[in-house]
Design a protein around this ligand. Structure first.
Ligand code: UDP
Ligand code: MG
Length: 318
């Protein structure tokens, strides 16, 4: 592994990005050329565009760019597989050829000028460098509030994520290999990378508006992503069902006292005590039953995901 002049691949997932890609490419190629000239990264560094089954002319643009310049490589996915999967495909393709990879969105909302800083951090010994945005001013009010709510919830559910970090990050080769060992289908990469355990650092930037075209993350995709994020990392929602069952049982017991006093004081209609109590009791048992089953389903879920159990950082004397 070359540390002084690493081979850098910039991995860019693209879904229907024919409007943004040409402009993004100009900026990215200028950046990489500059870094090569300054001797910051190796000559063999590349831009790797992953076409995530676009229905517009994105792939044609990528093909043309790669014919024109040896700086460009492309991967085309057979159909739209989603941002996270496209990113994994890009990293899997890159890992054989590079020492470090930076993943970034095609719309360049993230400031590419901090990439040299990321590389510096790598040279200082970090395996993962997160790009963190300073503020979310450029996002719409809706996106900002929903994102804040979501990350707040994730935190309370015990999923570790880096606040205000999306999928703009640098990874060393061994970090990529470790990430690729996560074989699960419900991907939430930004939750996994914090689990790898390698040395990490952050660089900060201002997020700008999309360069061209419109967001490829409509509300439907955003919701799916959020649900994946929660359910792939936490079984707390299941525990919540169980706890609700316990709570209902407690209420049922309180009701028992209430109903019995009402009954003995002659303040109840015939049939009411039994009916009233059974509503709470049955509700409690159903919820507890669901919670117990859920707990097992949760265990099966983590087993079938077949995640790696550990990730070795260093070895000596071998
Ligand atoms: N993207 C993708 N597949 C999809 C949706 C999006 O590869 O199914 C890519 C898209 O081309 C962009 C990145 O994911 O490079 C982020 O999408 P976008 O910028 O539209 O999301 P937003 O910034 O609005 O959250
Ligand atoms: Mg964007």
């Amino acid at each position: 592994m070359e540390k002084v002049k690493p081979i850098l691949y910039i991995v860019v997932p693209c879904f229907n990005e024919e409007e943004a890609l040409p402009q993004s490419h100009v900026q990215l190629s200028k950046l990489v050329d500059g870094m090569v000239e300054r001797g910051c990264v190796a000559q063999a560094s590349k831009l790797l565009y992953v076409d995530d089954g676009s229905r517009d002319g994105t792939w044609e643009i990528i093909e043309k760019l790669s014919e024109e310049s040896s700086l460009v490589a492309g991967v085309k996915l057979a159909c739209n597989s989603g941002h996270q999967n496209a990113l994994m495909a890009g990293l899997a393709a890159a890992v054989e050829h590079c020492d470090i990879a930076v993943s970034i969105d095609a719309d360049l909302q993230d400031d590419i000028n901090v990439i040299p800083q990321m590389v510096e951090r790598y040279k200082d010994g970090c395996d993962i460098v997160f790009g963190v945005r300073k503020e979310r001013k450029s996002d719409t009010w809706f996106k900002r509030t929903t994102a804040n709510l979501f990350y707040g919830l994730m935190k309370r559910l015990g999923v570790s994520t880096i606040e205000n970090h999306a999928d703009y990050r640098l990874m060393s080769r061994r970090a990529m290999l470790a990430l690729l060992d996560y074989k699960e289908r419900n991907l939430f990469i930004r939750g996994i990378v914090t689990k790898l355990g390698y040395k990490t650092d952050c660089v900060y930037y201002d997020r700008s508006a999309r360069i061209a075209g419109e967001s490829k993350y409509p509300l439907r995709k955003m919701l799916n992503f959020a649900i994946d994020g929660i359910t792939s990392f936490s079984v707390k929602p299941v525990r919540l069902v169980f706890m609700m069952g316990v709570l209902f049982l407690i209420i049922a017991l309180l009701m028992l006292i209430y109903v019995l006093t009402a009954y003995f004081m002659g303040r109840s209609v015939s049939g009411w005590p039994s009916l009233f109590l059974s509503v709470w009791l049955v509700g409690a048992f159903v919820l507890i039953g669901l919670g117990v089953i859920g707990e097992y389903v949760g265990k099966i879920y983590t087993e079938v995901k077949n995640r790696p159990r550990y990730n070795v950082d260093k070895k000596v004397g071998l």
